[in-house]
Design a protein around this ligand. Structure first.
Ligand code: FES
Length: 234
């Protein structure tokens, strides 16, 4: 059934039940996102896609559209909420963009630019974590993980469907883990897919450092906004 809603005052038609973030992007309204990937089940872990629906803040990737919905994306309070969430992600880990292999193709860095973040309003946590170099093709820079769970859900052993990545512990002790036996069975393509699906520089492929030249990386050619508006969320 076709329904009508408004997004930042603009009347938009959509099919009932479509995801709000997709409807907004298709209507030319960019909503930042990190854990969401169009066409894949929604994870709802990062909340960076928060906007107001009928006056209440909600994660737009988790919400199906309904007739008469009033959606605010660029309203100042909710814009600042998204910015604060991104600032929190920066201070919870160690994100030294100039020295990171993922710079220029990092989703967190890209949405940081989009939201105009210059510095975080929150104190830095400077976590001390142990990197994991145990598998043949992948290493984990654990202090960059934002716990989006993309790798956990979407990178699986091709034969058994078992999870290769997982998260142990909770809260401040949470950390990303890799099943070394399954990881060592990954093809080069799957290892690259794991690196690409990571929205930060946590999952890195060994032996190919800086394979994409700086200046020609995806967010140096096209902004995260431009990619999202044509349906690319990674
Ligand atoms: S919760 Fe919507 S993009 Fe992460």
């Amino acid at each position: 059934m076709t329904i009508t809603l408004t997004i930042d005052g603009k009347t938009v038609t959509a099919e009932e039940g479509q995801g709000l973030i997709d409807v907004a992007n298709d209507a030319g309204v960019y909503i930042p996102s990190l854990c969401y990937q169009r066409g894949k089940p929604c994870l709802g872990t990062c909340r960076v896609c928060t906007c107001k629906v009928n006056g209440n803040p909600v994660a737009s990737c988790t919400i199906p559209v309904q007739d008469g919905m009033v959606v605010e994306v660029e309203e100042p309070e909710v814009r600042d909420m998204r910015k604060a969430l991104i600032e929190l992600l920066f201070v919870e880990g160690k994100h030294n963009c100039p020295s990171c292999e993922k710079s220029g193709r990092c989703d967190l860095q890209a949405v940081g630019y989009e939201t105009g973040m210059m510095v975080s309003r929150f104190p830095y946590r400077f976590p001390i974590t142990e990197n994991d170099y145990c598998s043949d093709k992948i290493w984990l820079e654990r202090d960059r993980c934002i716990f989006c769970q993309r790798c956990v859900e979407f990178i699986r052993d091709e034969e058994t469907g078992q999870k290769i990545f997982n998260i142990s512990e909770r809260g401040a002790k949470a950390r990303i883990e890799i099943d070394v036996e399954l990881a060592n069975k990954m093809s080069d393509e799957q290892a690259k897919a794991a690196m690409d699906i990571c929205p930060v520089g946590c999952i890195l492929k060994k032996a190919v450092g800086f394979d994409a030249p700086i200046g020609k990386r995806k967010y140096e050619i096209e902004t995260v906004r431009e990619r999202a508006l044509r349906g690319e969320h990674k």
